[in-house]
Design a protein around this ligand. Structure first.
Ligand SMILES: Cc1cc2nc3c(=O)[nH]c(=O)nc-3n(C[C@H](O)[C@H](O)[C@H](O)COP(=O)(O)OP(=O)(O)OC[C@H]3O[C@@H](n4cnc5c(N)ncnc54)[C@H](O)[C@@H]3O)c2cc1C
Length: 436
């Protein structure tokens, strides 16, 4: 047993005891033993969820990282089957030299295949590919002592409930996914800064449909007519180049300082400099895929800079028809409070329906940013929640450690279907908080 696992935000302070699983054949016994001894448990991937959705309500999790083997790959069709504890980085390391890439990737490659399915993660190409779950062909689910193979045509109810099912329907032991073909591992991107939120929406309307990837970084402290200013980035897989797996050397934050290193002054200086350094007319950049998709992966354990109290990420999505007005209110509230992170990520989500019951994205604008855990944060979150809720939007469970049960249940009406299909031996702090 390994002790003291946390979520990425290191908040809430609920250390988890980890029970390692190394062999698929041993999983049924392990699940039985841990749930009998502690009431319930929960699969734990690589702990890249920020809040409490990857924390077992019993504080005893099943660690899935030991299940990291490839099962089979077909390089003619670009399908890969692997154990659920493999990371997306490990999949890319095998797939890129063969000319294939993940159809959907989140902003870190250090998540497991099982974790990516359980949160139905999305990336910079949501507007053209939808969520990760859309590219999951099949998986094996261990629940109530049985292994069940699920796909759109077989056990389809469990298939839908497990995609975005927060690890509650069973343990995914392996999964098969569809990759997309690439000719080179380089990304051709273009970067341009914009002066306010209205310019973001017009750039998004003009550019999103022309590019595979699209995202913006926002200066969350800018106020008045600068509200929502930022840097818009679009990109596409290069048509010519080499097929190289990223091998950037990694830096690391060696320990957790007692206090957060992020304060209002450092934030303001960084955000202003970042905006000014970018060009006012589009600049083309060609680079390998890692800095484009995973800029934060360069610094291992970067979450430690927030100190021992940890941090929370706030990620909401607001429907298209009110996105400009409501997003402006959200950004004004954040700038007024003077909290916030180095950079906030703003992106338009598309209308491709996920197969998942509780998938987060909806057609609209999504904003994500980090806040050091400190006094006064609850008051700001109450204000933001109110704006998001009134606008018909919702928060992302994978990032959440605070949303109220009533907001969750209204924003995710299918939660009762998930509850009906939950394996009774699995439960999380998040699920108890929002459903009981
Ligand atoms: C820097 C950074 C950038 C990010 N960017 C994005 C982004 O762009 N888009 C996005 O959508 N998310 C993003 N995330 C969030 C992250 O992608 C998700 O939280 C992801 O699900 C974490 O995967 P994990 O393997 O670490 O799983 P964990 O965080 O350990 O667990 C996540 C969920 O998966 C369940 N689970 C894990 N393994 C299994 C299994 N084998 N069977 C069943 N359930 C399982 C757990 O119970 C839990 O509910 C980002 C996170 C970080 C740290």
């Amino acid at each position: 047993m390994s002790g003291s696992l946390y979520s990425w935000g290191q908040y809430p302070d609920k250390p988890q005891s980890g029970h390692p699983s190394n062999w698929r054949d041993d999983l049924p016994d392990l699940l039985g033993q841990v749930s009998r001894a502690h009431g319930t448990t929960l699969p734990y991937g690589n702990g890249r969820s920020y809040g409490d959705s990857c924390l077992a309500s019993s504080d005893h999790v099943l660690c899935m990282r030991g299940l990291d083997r490839f099962i089979e790959a077909d390089w003619e069709t670009g399908t890969v089957c692997a154990e659920a504890g493999i990371t997306l980085a490990e999949i890319l390391a095998i797939a890129i030299p063969q000319g294939w890439f993940l159809a959907v990737t989140p902003g870190t490659q250090f998540v497991t295949l099982g974790g990516a399915i359980a949160n139905d993660v999305h990336g910079k190409n949501h507007h053209v590919r939808g969520t990760f779950g859309k590219h999951v062909l099949s998986f094996a689910l261990l629940r109530e002592g049985q292994a069940i193979v699920c796909s759109t045509s077989s056990n389809s109810q469990l298939y839908s409930a497990t995609i975005g099912g927060l690890g509650l329907t069973g343990i995914i032991s392996w999964a098969c996914i569809q990759l997309i073909p690439i000719r080179a591992s380089q990304i051709n991107s273009a970067v341009v800064r914009f002066s306010n939120l209205a310019e973001f929406f017009s750039l998004s309307a003009e550019l999103d449909h022309q590019h595979e990837y699209s995202v913006a970084w926002i200066d969350c402290l800018a106020k008045g007519r600068d509200t929502g200013r930022g840097v818009f980035i679009v990109g596409d897989h290069a048509q010519f180049g080499t097929l190289e797996v990223g091998s950037r050397s990694k830096l690391s934050v060696p320990f957790t300082p007692p206090l957060s290193l992020i304060n209002h002054l450092s934030l303001q200086a960084f955000n202003q400099a970042y905006w000014h350094v970018h060009p006012g007319t589009p600049k083309r950049v060609r680079g390998n895929y890692e800095p484009f998709f995973y800029p934060l992966d360069r610094i291992l354990h970067w979450n430690r800079v927030y100190g021992r109290r940890g941090f929370q990420q706030y990620q909401c999505v607001i429907p298209d028809d009110v996105a400009d007005v409501a997003m402006r209110e959200v950004l004004e509230a954040i700038a007024d409070a003077g909290h916030g992170s180095f950079l906030a990520v703003l992106k338009r989500c598309g209308d491709i329906q996920s197969p998942g019951l509780l998938s987060f994205p909806l057609p609209g604008a999504s904003l994500a940013l980090d806040f050091p855990q400190k006094q006064g944060l609850e008051k700001l979150f109450l204000r933001l929640d109110h704006i998001v809720h009134e606008a018909g939007g919702r928060l992302y469970p994978a990032k959440d450690a605070h949303m109220s049960g009533s907001h969750f249940r209204r924003a995710y009406p299918a939660w009762e279907q998930l509850e009906a299909l939950r394996d009774p031996s699995l439960n999380s702090h998040f699920w108890k908080r929002v459903t009981e």
